[in-house]
Design a binder for this molecule. Structure first.
Ligand SMILES: [Zn+2]
Length: 250
């Protein structure tokens, strides 16, 4: 996971149709909070708004066409609500808390692009350091919440929470640990992808450092090494970690 920068301007479809839907949902909640809190009444969300082509397009660009959590290349990728819109659970097997963060269903800052696997694993879980601080409806502030799930669009330095041991994610904090466990960031397919990156880097770095290789080849190898740590490269976090460990980072 790497830090991502999100433009502050909200896509128009969310500003117009999204906000209108949100106003309607908030009004409906106020009219019968108990029915929504118990799960008897549920909101109907319009995926043509939060999943509009323009929203997808901007997210793809700022996420370099990768899953924001695992850094695999996503095509087309799923729109993921960082704070789940329909219902919430604190932990696996925990109770479902209704009605979820319905007022953030069309909120630009709550939308990310995730691969199918991460999206399914994240599901409706949204663990907090203190579940007692959870905002249960739009009248309660989310500013009191301390999420235990890393958000690469918000957390300034994901690498401070998750580092690597070879191809395996190694959490450095509780937030890192919960994120790795919940999203299963050490699943075999991801470890294979990261391992492949590491082997390529090792080979290229050996060429860069070999004085017997011609200068052109060494320069070309250096260029490729640098490109593997760029934000648009798959699994760039493990590449950065590796290069920094061998003293070849930028
Ligand atoms: Zn993913």
């Amino acid at each position: 996971m790497i830090r991502l920068d999100r433009p502050t301007e909200t896509p128009r479809v969310l500003r117009n149709r999204g906000r209108a839907e949100t106003r309607q949902n908030c009004k409906a909640y106020v009219e019968d909070p108990l029915a929504y809190d118990s799960g008897d009444l549920r909101f109907d969300f319009n995926n043509h708004i939060y999943g509009a082509p323009r929203v997808r397009e901007v997210l793809k660009r700022i996420q370099h066409n990768k899953c924001c959590y695992c850094e695999s290349k996503t095509s087309p990728g799923r729109i993921d609500h960082f704070r789940p819109k329909g219902r919430v659970r604190q932990r696996k097997g925990g109770d479902k808390i209704h009605p979820g963060y319905y007022w953030l269903a069309y909120e630009w800052n709550n939308l990310v692009l995730a691969c199918e696997d991460c999206n399914l694993k994240k599901s409706d879980y949204f663990p907090l350091e203190d579940p007692g601080e959870r905002a249960r409806n739009h009248l309660e502030p989310i500013s009191r919440e301390s999420p235990l799930l890393l958000n690469p669009h918000v957390d300034p330095d994901p690498s401070g929470h998750i580092t690597f041991n070879g191809s395996a994610c190694q959490p450095r904090t509780e937030k890192g640990r919960v994120t790795v466990t919940l999203l299963k960031l050490n699943r075999p397919i991801l470890q294979e992808g990261r391992q492949h990156e590491l082997e390529t880097l090792e080979l290229l770095c050996a060429v860069v450092r070999d004085p017997n290789q011609c200068d052109t080849l060494r320069r070309d190898a250096r260029r490729v090494v640098d490109s593997r740590a760029r934000p648009d490269a798959p699994y760039s976090a493990v590449a950065r970690d590796y290069l920094s460990a061998i003293g070849a980072g930028n």
